[in-house]
Design a protein around this ligand. Structure first.
Ligand SMILES: N[C@@H](CCC(=O)N[C@@H](CS)C(=O)NCC(=O)O)C(=O)O
Length: 227
């Protein structure tokens, strides 16, 4: 049994979709990020970085894992699926997983900060992050040109990238003309585990937040930026 400490964000969904796909039983512990629950001493004792997601493996001496990529690898190794053991095949999965961890995630995260949450509009910063996201989307599109999935078979690399790329509207990044990416996004959306995992811990907001709901969401995100 796994304890999952999470919130309804792309990094949180990477863990919940993986758990769903691997059919590993788990208990959800929602962490309210706008209230700062990720900075309580109890949470920091599990993840000194004060970020979700975190898992605790009750069947392995309460072993704790933080960093979403490390969580996905731990779970895939535990179940023996979504991450091959053959060296080249495994490396191909790791390459696209690291591409998400070091590129897609941080760049879309910063696009969100400057496009949505920052009190001032600093256009060069917005442009920089949105252009970089678009460039990374084009890399994914090229990677998917001659294959169904990012690596050889469906893997944690697909889940990691999908959980972020599907939120492209919130980052204000276009996916126009990226046909391979569109096809892959549609394939992923059909998967029951993807559909279920993004409802954890609560259903996501509508595609386009507006009015009070948007302001409330932005207020919560700004609270996080100030600390
Ligand atoms: N590299 C970390 C990033 C985790 C991360 O940034 N989580 C965000 C939610 S998507 C968070 O906990 N934010 C809380 C905060 O900024 O205080 C991972 O992949 O797990």
């Amino acid at each position: 049994m796994i304890d999952l400490f999470t919130a309804g964000t792309p990094n949180g969904h990477k863990a919940s979709v993986t758990l769903e796909e691997l059919e590993i039983p788990y208990d959800v512990h929602p962490i309210n990020l706008s209230k700062g629950e990720q900075r309580t001493p109890k949470f920091l004792a599990m993840n000194p970085n004060g970020r979700i997601p975190v898992i605790r493996d009750r069947d392995n001496d309460d072993f704790v894992v933080f960093e979403s990529g490390a969580i996905m690898i731990y779970l895939a190794e535990m179940a023996g699926r979504l991450l091959p053991t053959e060296r080249k095949a495994r490396s191909r999965v790791m390459q696209w997983l690291m591409f998400q961890m070091g590129g897609i995630g941080p760049m879309m995260g910063q696009a969100n900060v400057f496009y949505r949450y920052f009190p001032e509009k600093i256009q060069p910063a917005i442009d920089r992050y949105q252009h970089e996201c678009r460039r990374l989307f084009e890399v994914l599109d090229t990677g998917l040109a001659d294959k169904e999935w990012l690596a050889d078979d469906y893997s944690i690399a697909d889940i990691a990238n999908w959980c972020w790329v599907r939120t492209y509207r919130w980052s204000g990044v276009s996916r126009d003309g990226l046909e391979n990416l569109d096809r892959w996004l549609a394939q992923m959306k059909e998967k029951p585990a993807c559909q279920k995992g993004i409802l954890v811990p609560t259903p996501p907001p509508p595609k386009e937040l507006s009015g009070d709901a948007e302001q409330e969401f932005i207020k919560g995100a700004r609270n996080m930026l100030q600390t």
